[in-house]
Design a protein around this ligand. Structure first.
Ligand code: PLP
Length: 459
């Protein structure tokens, strides 16, 4: 399988090249040259364990990794999950909640980043070379990236976070990782300062090449690909348990990375009748799927901070298919969006693959409270946005698979606000953190200070 850019200005590349490239060189996003149809496999896939299923899905796309090594990468990646089913499907009232948060940082990003770290290591071993990952985080992505590559040969990771501006749990999830290849930096500034510094260092091509800088952002094709797996797993299982032929899946969404994987799974033939996209007040995507107009708004802080996003970096992948796989049209639209912050892309006729709804802060809190009272099940605020929207759009008696993207213990304050209780959200991985040893450099929020720190650390 080879990979093309949504902007059409690179030669097709292999899977391993696509993983190392992240963003395509023409600034587009990488996509497979065709989407396999797996309808003939579903009866067999329905009987597989999570890692067996992951192998079957990923091998269709990762054709340049030998079978035995791919199996090994997948098995090692999910051995860090604490639930034997990896992503269990839990009945909650008439819904199914698919828990994607049993990885090391208790959020769904582990599903992809555990695999990505092992893929990087495999590719670097095969080709030689090193990778120095640089990123800025406002909270969750940093820790999932760190856990993805901790202790891996040939890789160092530098993660900048704004000093004192991430939650104590988020900070400790990063700084309590003491592996020699993990370098946390608390900068005296904001998240935007961190992003600006990272952008400037990636823009300094001489420095970037000399130090083999790379990113682990949400546009990496491998992240999208491995997320396809849990859509098959959840839909097949929910159909079997409910006796239905297909089912709707509701996805709390920020960057469109998670739900785009669901769209791909549906295109491949997963028994998903429709995807329900759920946003918080930052609703650029919900507005698009209602009106066909994609237009930027201001970012509002909410209880579900990992969805406080107004420009969804993976949306360009969907756009490519929406305009009939025409890279020139994608280039035109992305240029128009960069200039005016607004484009119109007509919605497809007929029954839509994706519909959308908004769960605001009041509904998020009400949903956490009500779900706890009626089902004794505790939702985190991101997952609650999805459940709020699913409950609103649900037909009487309809089961919907709702993706749960974080463990509630990561967002204990919101749970307390919703339920009035602070004894509902413990998790051993978090309870132990406050006493853990930590390591973190504190530096000024300047590009020079970070450049110097990288040079000194790598020697
Ligand atoms: C990142 C994240 C999301 C949003 O995922 P996207 O792929 O950006 O749509 C939702 N919930 C949690 C807990 C997250 O960390």
């Amino acid at each position: 399988m080879r990979y093309l850019s949504t902007r059409g200005q690179i030669e097709p590349v292999s899977f391993c090249d696509a993983v190392m490239m992240g963003l395509a060189r023409d600034k587009g996003l990488l996509l497979p040259e065709s989407i396999p149809d797996v309808r003939g496999e579903l009866a067999r896939w329905a009987t597989l364990s999570y890692t067996e299923l992951a192998y079957e899905v990923v091998r269709l796309f990762a054709t340049d990794i030998p079978a035995a090594e791919l199996r090994d990468i997948i098995e090692r990646s999910y051995s860090t999950f604490t639930h034997e089913e990896v992503v269990p499907l839990v009945p909650v009232g008439e819904l199914y909640v698919q828990e994607l948060f049993h990885g090391p940082t208790l959020a769904f990003k582990d599903c992809a980043l555990q695999v990505l770290g092992n893929l990087f290591e495999h590719i670097l071993k095969a080709r030689g070379g090193r990778l120095n990952i640089l990123g800025a985080t406002s909270g969750d992505t940093g820790s999932a990236a760190i856990y993805g590559v901790r202790g891996k040969a040939g890789i160092h990771i530098f993660i900048l976070h704004p000093d004192g501006k991430v939650s104590p749990v988020q900070e400790r999830q990063m700084t309590a990782v003491l592996d020699a290849n993990v370098h946390n930096v608390a900068i005296a500034g904001t998240f935007d300062d961190g992003q600006r510094i990272v952008k400037e260092l990636f823009g300094d091509l001489e420095f970037k090449d000399a130090y083999d800088l790379g990113a682990v952002n949400s546009v990496n094709w491998a992240r999208v690909l491995v997320q396809v797996v849990y859509y098959f797993h959840g839909a097949l299982r929910a159909c079997r348990e409910s006796g239905r032929e297909s089912i709707r899946v509701c996805v709390p969404t920020g960057n469109f990375g998670n739900i785009f994987a669901g769209w791909l799974a549906r295109e491949m033939g997963a028994p998903i009748s429709q995807l329900i996209l759920a946003t918080n007040e930052n609703d650029i995507l919900a507005r698009y799927f209602r009106t066909g107009e994609y237009s930027m708004g201001d970012v509002h802080p909410t209880l579900s901070p990992s969805m406080d996003i107004q420009v969804a970096s993976n949306f360009e992948r969907f756009l490519y298919y929406a305009v009939g796989q025409d890279p020139a049209e994608v280039r035109r639209l992305m240029a128009a969006f960069a200039e005016s912050g607004r484009i119109t892309v007509p919605l497809a006729a007929g029954e839509p693959a994706i519909i959308a709804g908004v769960g605001n802060t009041a509904e998020t809190l009400a949903t956490i409270g009500e779900t706890y009272r009626t089902s004794q099940y505790v939702l985190d605020p991101h997952s609650a946005v999805g459940v709020a929207v699913a409950n609103r759009l649900r037909a009487a008696g309809e089961p919907i698979v709702c993706l749960a993207t974080a463990h509630p213990a990561k967002f204990a304050d919101a749970v307390k606000q919703a339920t009035g209780r602070d004894d509902l959200t413990h998790h051993p991985a978090i309870d132990g953190l406050m006493d853990a040893e930590t390591r973190c450099a504190k530096l000024p929020a300047t590009t020079d200070a970070i450049r110097q720190h990288i040079v000194q650390t790598l020697g």
